[in-house]
Design a protein around this ligand. Sequence first.
Ligand SMILES: [Zn+2]
Length: 190
Amino acid sequence: MPSGRTHDRITLWSLPWLVLFAFVFTRSGELTLIASAGFLFSGLMFGPDLDIHSIQFKRWGWLRWIWIPYQKSLSHRSRLSHGLLIGTILRILYLFIFIGTISIFVVAIAQLAWGFPWNWQEFWQNCWQKLPQYSGEAIALFVGLELGAMSHAFADILGSTYKKFKRNGFQALLPKKSAKTKRRASRKKR
Ligand SMILES: [Zn+2]
């Protein structure tokens, strides 16, 4: 598995390519910027390795504790953190739930202190209504986040395949023999 620094380098070296492709594809400076920001954020601190005490995890600084329950409930390199789409979707949901819960407390305390009117239902309805206006931005952000995570997962797979190759040669690249074929081979030898 590549080190955190190698993952950083992969993210930074892929960034110009992502900017180029995003701009060619969207023809929009704003969407390109959003997708690139998502890619950088995902590659440097919102990636699959938040499931261990990694450099990505440390970059959250004093906020890093929010990822501890995430680490405790997932095993490292599980499909739920490193898998295609599911990894990013789960992290976004996780972060939203965390921010949502904290916001409820903060608003409640602020209301007690300053007594201003606040209605969560209205707030969510407003957000929901405005969402279609920002669908392009939301998709660009999600694609950026997902590509950042996938560059990581892909590097992990390449790294472990290379290690196996160094250990076992070309045999490591062949599909694993099933128990049945192994049994058949040993019977033939006898
Ligand atoms: Zn990883």
